[in-house]
Design a protein around this ligand. Sequence first.
Ligand code: NAD
Length: 489
Amino acid sequence: MARPSLDMRTTVAGVEVSTAHWIGGRRVPSNRTFEDFSPIDGRHLANVSAGGAQEADAAVKAARQAFPAWAALGPVGRLPILKRFAERILARKEELAAVETADNGSLLSSQREGRVQRAAHNIAFFAEWAMRRHEPIESPTVINHVRYDPSGVAVLITPWNGPLMLTTWKIGPALAAGNTVVVKPPEWAPLSCSLMADIAHEAGLPAGVLNVVQGIGEEAGAALVEHPDIDRISFTGSTDTARLIGQAAARGITPVSFELGGKSPFVVFADADLDAAAKTIAGQYNNAGQVCLAGTRILAEQSVADDLLGRVGIQVEAAKVGDPRDPDTKIGPLIHPVAFGRVTRFVERALAEGAKPIWGAKKHPFGDLYFEPTLLTSVRQDMEVVQKEVFGPVLTWQTFSDEDELVAMANGTKYGLAAMVFTRSEERAWRISDRLTAGSLWVNCFFVRDLRAPFGGARNSGIGREGGDWSMDFYCDVKNVSILKGSLT
Ligand code: NAD
């Protein structure tokens, strides 16, 4: 741990960002800090306050204190404040994009052209969605009125591969439903969430409604999920961390929402538009493959496998690896030296087990954290690289001859986050969709999201669903009020 910086603000990518926590409507520094580096070039960005039990407790208390008034506003009272919050996010798009890219190495173009807009939409969409009224359910003697009471204080924990987008995806429904929140941003990319707290404040969010506790997962995150006075835990991150959080949640009987890792199959049938499939497969290397949903297991029908491979190769060759701020770059750096080592060792073990590289499988010369887009063939279903999430630009290549073989391979891991299927046959698309285990299944496309639709993972990829009513159900104590017919005047 480094010594604390006396100045609680720092400038990153030309933007002033606080390095302190945001608790009860004010900046609170810790006397310990952790260092934050940019994966683009290893540059030191900031010493950020490292919270623990004390800061977690202060934030939960601030959220608890703010809860009754925020809940009492109701959806109508919260709507204009949350709309303003969304508008302010959009107004500061360039700053948020620049900070996020500096901090986590994601493509600046994708931040500018989609991710920041999605963050704003996450807030605005749920502010409107919370206004929906549910039809009463009429029984012979009573009328059932379903009420959505906010649950209280929600702890929201997110990973570094999309801090702003993934955190607002939780903040939006939690606040719209009337909860107050404590956010624990990822320690490898903590700064966009800090800027977001300033923006929420500017938009008029009352003190204590949104709190941010910075820190290391095992310290700040663990202290928050262990806190006895919280009502919900929503976590996006790795399956291993979810196991720990699940134990804390069990002790408190705290409802959890888990969005976890994946090892999604990308299936291409012989009748598919092979160019479209090839382009989409090459896109799985986006964000250097650090995307939970990425279709990292390519399953190609034997009769077109060589043709498809050639087309994918052309796409990948044209994908520039380099600085994520360069508009021509398609593949940027891995997030951290630890992640780089993990990806490298995954590939080394796969090669030792008999996998053959079709391309990549080594460091890219552009910089310390850059890894070449990699495709491995000669892999068996039981190999580690087929079974476990690498979270880097590493895809495997397998072929199938019939649908039963395909389904066995596609479903043959412990994950169930997503699946992609490319075919022109409607009958097959439905037949295969019914047989694959996945929370999200995209046919002839990838990563198209409508916030009304559910999102989440089966098996080890998660618990629960987010989106539309699924999010509102999670952040509310749903109550049924049955009134005897004719008993009220
Ligand atoms: P991680 O589990 O290491 O960390 C995620 C967050 O949890 C961080 O904020 C971290 O500080 C915190 N944390 C760590 N230990 C904790 C503890 N003991 N108690 C409380 N909090 C703790 O994951 P990561 O490496 O940051 O992210 C990558 C993983 O996230 C991948 O597995 C990826 O698939 C997954 N992910 C899933 C989705 C989804 O929607 N399903 C989206 C993005 C990423």
